[in-house]
Design a protein around this ligand. Structure first.
Ligand code: ZN
Length: 234
């Protein structure tokens, strides 16, 4: 009997841990948000894993429609492409911290986690002059030590309402998938890079954004940075 109870407890514990590590609405291990207020017809487009050589193509589309987005950048990519990181910031988009080398941080020590986050913070600030206040964990995986590092660096964790799977779906499928989930306050996750790859193929991302932005504007949505979405007075 006690073995069945112990087994059930172990299952429950494992389930809670899995939710804490990967659950997009979980704040068990490190606090994070996954959507803004349902009271305003506004959403946030977010792009992870940049900057990349393809980022300027996205900036052109966003500029054409006069909308702002949030780019969660990796420190390694920022140091490799500083002009593009500056172009993102100069265009009025928000830059968030996506760690230095895009490592999966589960099972890593507190020191490794802090170093990954602080190096990216330094790279973004030294390159663009902007101090990031938002953080997105690589692969959406939170781990012990992240909560403290977020607090020390003044970072709010940001997950997503819907993710495009743009690293494996074509542009039309990405667009359909995200538009199905759009609602007031949604935070949509796309990628203008692929980890720290130097020549990522982000064709599907660009195609999806080209379709989605005019559609969303037609539907009356404002496209805002994550900070604007979370705090409309900014
Ligand atoms: Zn990523």
């Amino acid at each position: 009997m006690w073995m069945a109870a112990a087994s059930a407890l172990a299952c429950t514990t494992t389930g809670v841990l899995a939710y804490g590590v990967r659950g997009r609405s979980s704040s068990l291990i490190a606090p994070s948000v996954c959507q803004g207020s349902a009271d305003r017809r506004a959403i946030a487009l977010t792009f992870d894993d940049g900057p990349s050589p393809a980022t300027p193509r996205l900036l052109e589309i966003l500029e054409k429609y006069g909308v702002k987005a949030t780019f969660f950048e990796c420190g390694v990519n920022v140091r490799r492409l500083p002009q593009i990181a500056r172009a993102v910031s100069d265009a009025g988009h928000e830059i968030g911290n996506h760690t230095d080398t895009h490592r999966m941080l589960s099972l890593r020590s507190t020191d490794v986690i802090r170093r990954e986050m602080s190096r990216a913070q330094d790279a973004i600030r030294d390159t663009t002059g902007f101090t990031a206040t938002l953080f997105r964990a690589p692969y959406g995986v939170r781990w012990f030590g992240m909560r403290q590092a977020q607090r020390e660096l003044g970072l709010t964790g940001v997950m997503w309402t819907a993710i495009g799977l743009d690293w494996k779906l074509d542009g039309a499928a990405v667009s359909r998938r995200l538009l199905r989930s759009v609602k007031n306050g949604a935070i949509l996750c796309l990628h203008d890079g692929r980890g720290i790859s130097t020549q990522p193929d982000v064709t599907s991302t660009i195609e999806a954004v080209r379709t989605m932005v005019p559609f969303l504007l037609d539907q009356g949505f404002r496209l805002e940075t994550v900070s604007q979405l979370l705090c409309p007075t900014i």
